[in-house]
Design a protein around this ligand. Structure first.
Ligand code: ACO
Length: 145
């Protein structure tokens, strides 16, 4: 997963963070392998509990998702996102899922907004190390009363 992340994105993380997520929320992160067992895509996710809020606002957060270039546009990222979202709702009763995305990342915004139904909840100025703004996007996971 870390190798795919290094190839696909400028936002990279120490191996301890990968292991922490997988040990703490093992139901939320997934990989796609090719026929030889090589990882060609992943989603890394977590649960955030905002304890100051009395309504116990539990929500999932997508830290990172990517698919290797030769395997894009096959529906793999959509499948990874749906697996993680379903586990957030069923295992942790998460009310919504959030993520940050570069405002110029057309492919990822297309995936989140057009395919999965996320909406932009906020713009975080200078969120990324190079100064680019992030869209904070959210999707409600509750199916209603
Ligand atoms: N342009 C416009 N829309 C796109 C594109 C694109 N290049 N790629 C995907 N989409 C949208 C489309 O709506 C697509 O549905 P369609 O093919 O029926 O039109 C939908 O997303 C689903 O596409 P998938 O095939 O599931 O997506 P894919 O497996 O290609 O992965 C991803 C998409 C993860 C964004 C990939 O392009 C990638 O790895 N990019 C580099 C890494 C990256 O930007 N990751 C996201 C960073 S933000 C974060 O990690 C929280």
């Amino acid at each position: 997963m870390q190798q795919a992340n290094l190839v696909n994105l400028p936002e990279n993380y120490h191996i301890r963070l990968w292991i922490y997520h997988i040990v703490t929320w093992p139901q939320l992160s997934y990989v796609v392998e090719d026929s030889k067992g090589r990882i060609i895509g992943y989603v890394l996710a977590k649960i955030e509990e905002e304890s100051e809020d009395k309504t116990a606002d539990i929500h999932g957060h997508i830290n990172s998702i990517s698919v290797l270039r030769g395997y894009r546009r096959l529906g793999l990222a959509k499948k990874l996102m749906l697996l993680s979202q379903e586990a957030m709702a069923s295992v942790y009763k998460a009310q919504y899922v959030s993520l940050h995305v570069r405002e110029t990342n057309k492919a990822a915004i297309g995936l989140y907004r057009d395919t999965l139904g996320f909406e932009v909840a906020d713009v975080e100025k200078g969120y990324y190390a190079d100064g680019e703004d992030a869209y904070m996007m959210r999707l409600n996971l509750e199916s209603g009363p």
